[in-house]
Design a protein around this ligand. Sequence first.
Ligand SMILES: NC(=O)c1ccc[n+]([C@@H]2O[C@H](COP(=O)([O-])OP(=O)(O)OC[C@H]3O[C@@H](n4cnc5c(N)ncnc54)[C@H](OP(=O)(O)O)[C@@H]3O)[C@@H](O)[C@H]2O)c1
Length: 284
Amino acid sequence: MRQSIAHPAGAGDGRPVAVVTGASEGFGRELASRIARDGYDLVIVARNRARLAELAAQLEGEHGAGVEVQSFDLTRPGQQLALAELVRAQPNLKLLVNNAAFSVVGEFAALATEKLQQMASLNFTAVCALSQAALQNADFCRGGTVLNVGSIGGTYPMPLDATYSATKAALDIFSKALAYEVAHDHTRDVKVQVAKLGGLNTAWNDRTMGPMREGAQPDRRMEAVRNEPAAAADAIWRQCKARKRSILYDCRRVRVQQAVFSLLPRLGSRLVYTFYSEECRRRG
Ligand SMILES: NC(=O)c1ccc[n+]([C@@H]2O[C@H](COP(=O)([O-])OP(=O)(O)OC[C@H]3O[C@@H](n4cnc5c(N)ncnc54)[C@H](OP(=O)(O)O)[C@@H]3O)[C@@H](O)[C@H]2O)c1
């Protein structure tokens, strides 16, 4: 059995605990701070230990939360299992947020095969291992929630981002199937939710397509529809803690876009292809 998380005021025993992957930046970081504000202690996970330590100090100072930093590369099966072991043994675990993900945008045939394998491993396999570990944790089975961070890009085909789109489609159907399964399981009080996010104003585009070329102008239309990660985290956290729904959207625009693109996948895919082709030309 793991120890309770060390607490700044020495009074952490009994507080609910959340494990959040991909908490070092972007949406995961914003969500972690809302979870801490609402009285949870946290285990925050990513590769960049320095960024996690900085966030831990912030959450301890601002919200009095106990925060444990865990640096794992979740593309690696051995590190997924090590984190799963920690999740299984975590006292008072009530929330697991599977948020860490990455993509590489470009012509499929030209992408590095190893990157595609790592993407499938992080975006989907790690989620299965950690979700299963949570369902094997007795404290979690009394009121726990799995929140899987998906994408509307998993609900219609995304050319030039095919593998990412497929991992998020797998995450989507996995989350819905598991949500139904646990709803029938009267030995557990567990909810499984999937958040369908649209374009966010994070470092995602720089990470997936590289930084802007010098002198290139960003696409103003795309910038206008991108949601701020803080606003997305507010909306998703509000719905997550209500535990009423299994599918969460961060704003109405994303919900409408998902409905239209799912009904008209050829139109959606053409728009995505055009956007990514132009964006890749603006970047390295
Ligand atoms: N941004 C968008 O437009 C968008 C749209 C729809 C859905 N989403 C989804 O929203 C979630 C968050 O996206 P974001 O925009 O906030 O992404 P982001 O800014 O790129 O942050 C990704 C997070 O995942 C962590 N991470 C990446 N690779 C990892 C690895 N191998 N092992 C462990 N952690 C790893 C990163 O930390 P380290 O680098 O320190 O490891 C970081 O904390 C993702 O699931 C994404 O698919 C994003």
